[in-house]
Design a protein around this ligand. Structure first.
Ligand SMILES: C[S@@+](CC[C@H](N)C(=O)[O-])C[C@H]1O[C@@H](n2cnc3c(N)ncnc32)[C@H](O)[C@@H]1O
Length: 394
C-alpha cells in the first residue's frame, strides 16, 4: 500500500512525509476495518464504506489511504501536537495518534453514535485508548479539548463554521474537503487573526457534512429534458423558464485548440471555470432516461454553465494519433455562438496563464468582515464566511 502511494503521479504524493509513511507502515489498517477483506483494506485508492442509511445511502466510510496520507501531510502534523479529527473511522485517528506521539493529543468527533461506538471499540482494541472519541455535531467543534494545532475534517464541507477557526491556535492548520461551485478540494489552510489562507489544494471526494452546517445543492432539471440535471452549489438560475426547451435550439460547437494529455490533471481548469464563469454548474445525465439531447463525454460529471437563456457544457475529442484530447464547447440558446466563444476563451486563458500552476490562493474571512469586491479576486459568499479566490497573475 505504501509503495503504491510513493509512485510518481499519485495525488498528494509530495505530502507523504517520513513520519506519515512510518505511521502508515505501523498501524495495521485491516484491524480497523473488520468488515473488509485484506485486499479491500489495503487498497491504496479506495474507501471502505462502513454504514448505509435507508434514506441517505452511504453515510460513513473509512477513507482511502491516499486521501488520509495526503490530508495528514497537508496538516503538517508533528510530534506533540493537539489535533481534532472531524468524522471518525478509527483508523485515521490512530494514524494521527501515531504521528503526534505520546506527547500529543487526539480528539475525534462524529455526529453518529454508531460510528463513535465503532471507533471507540476499535481504538481500544488496538492500543489507542488515549484517543478521545466524542459524539457531537462538529459544526461546533469540540471546545473542551481546544485549542488545536490542527483540525482535519473528513466530511465534505460547504462552509467553514466559526468554531473551527476559533478553536485553532494562532498559526494553526485546518485541512478540509471544501465544496465550492460543486467542486471539492482538500484545502490546507493556515490561520492568522481569524483569517484562513490556503497553502495547498488537492482533488478529492467526500461524503457530505450532516447536521447544522449541512448544505443541499440546488438540483435543476434542464427544461425540455428528463435526463439533464444541473447542480448549482451557490444559487440557481434566476429565471429558469428562459431555459425551457433550450436543448431544442440548434447546437453550436466550438473547439478551443487547447489539448491536454489523457493523464494530465485538470483540477485547476475546473476551478478556473468555476470561479470565473458566472452560472457555472455541474451537469449529470441519467443514462436510464437518456434521449441524446446532450452528448457529454462523462454522463456523471461535465462542467457546464447557464446565462440568461443560454446553456453550454464542455466536451473533449481525441486528438488523432496522440494520447491527448482537445477541449470544446457545446452551446444552445439565443446567443449560443457568443456564449460558446466566451466559455472557450476562458479555457484558453487557463491554458495560457494557469495550466500547471498552483491554482488560486483561497482566503476565508468571517462573514462580519467586509471584503474588497473591487479587487481582481473572485468572491463567494457562504453562510458564515466570504471566500476569495486569487489567481496568480503572470
Ligand atoms: C468519510 S467518514 C470519516 C472517515 C474517517 N475519518 C476515517 O477514519 O477515514 C465521514 C464521517 O463524517 C461524519 N459526519 C458528517 N457530518 C458530521 C458532523 N456535522 N459532525 C461530525 N461528524 C460528521 C459522518 O457520520 C461520517 O462518519
Amino acid at each position: 500500500m505504501v509503495e503504491a502511494l510513493r509512485r510518481p503521479g499519485v495525488v498528494g504524493g509530495e505530502f507523504l512525509f517520513p513520519r506519515i509513511e512510518q505511521a502508515l507502515r505501523e498501524v495495521p489498517r485491516h484491524l480497523f476495518i473488520p468488515e473488509a477483506d485484506l485486499e479491500q483494506a489495503y487498497d491504496p485508492f479506495s474507501p471502505v464504506m462502513t454504514k448505509r442509511d435507508e434514506e441517505q445511502g452511504f453515510v460513513s466510510s473509512v477513507s482511502a489511504p491516499q486521501i488520509q496520507a495526503m490530508m495528514l501531510g497537508q496538516a503538517e502534523l508533528r510530534p506533540g501536537q493537539r489535533v481534532l479529527e472531524v468524522g471518525s473511522g478509527g483508523y485515521n485517528a490512530a494514524l494521527i495518534a501515531e504521528v503526534v506521539g505520546p506527547d500529543g493529543e487526539v480528539t475525534t468527533v462524529d455526529i453518529d453514535p454508531d460510528i463513535t461506538a465503532r471507533a471507540r471499540r476499535l481504538l481500544d482494541a488496538n492500543g489507542h485508548e488515549r484517543v478521545r472519541v466524542v459524539t457531537a455535531d462538529a459544526a461546533h467543534g469540540v471546545e473542551e479539548d481546544a485549542p488545536y494545532d490542527a483540525i482535519i475534517v473528513t466530511a465534505g464541507a460547504w462552509d467553514i463554521p466559526p468554531a473551527w477557526v476559533e478553536q485553532l491556535v494562532e498559526g494553526g492548520r485546518l485541512v478540509v474537503p471544501f465544496r465550492v461551485h460543486g467542486l471539492t478540494r482538500s484545502i490546507g489552510f493556515v490561520e492568522h487573526d481569524g483569517v484562513l489562507r490556503s497553502t495547498s489544494s488537492l482533488i478529492c471526494g467526500f461524503l457530505p457534512m450532516q447536521g447544522a452546517d449541512s448544505h443541499a445543492e440546488t438540483l435543476f432539471r434542464l427544461g425540455g429534458t428528463e435526463e439533464v440535471v444541473l447542480r448549482f452549489e451557490e444559487g440557481a438560475p434566476e429565471d429558469p423558464h428562459l431555459l425551457d426547451d433550450v436543448v431544442r435550439t440548434p447546437r453550436v460547437d466550438r473547439w478551443t485548440g487547447v489539448t491536454v494529455a489523457l493523464r494530465e490533471p485538470i483540477d485547476t481548469l475546473q476551478s478556473y471555470l468555476a470561479t470565473t464563469l458566472p452560472g457555472f454548474c455541474v451537469m449529470t445525465v441519467d443514462p436510464a432516461l437518456d434521449t441524446g439531447s446532450v452528448t457529454p463525454n462523462n454522463p456523471r460529471f461535465s462542467m457546464a454553465a447557464v446565462e440568461g437563456g443560454d446553456f453550454a457544457y464542455l466536451v473533449t475529442r481525441r486528438v488523432p494519433g496522440a494520447a491527448s484530447v482537445e477541449y470544446g464547447v457545446h452551446a444552445f440558446g439565443p446567443t449560443a455562438m457568443e456564449f460558446a466563444e466566451r466559455v472557450g476563451l476562458l479555457v484558453r486563458e487557463w491554458d495560457r496563464d494557469q495550466r500547471g500552476g498552483p491554482g488560486p490562493e483561497i482566503r476565508v474571512y468571517p462573514i462580519s468582515v467586509p471584503v474588497d469586491r473591487s479587487s481582481e479576486d473572485r468572491v463567494v459568499t457562504k453562510r458564515h464566511t466570504h471566500v476569495t479566490f486569487s489567481w496568480p497573475t503572470s
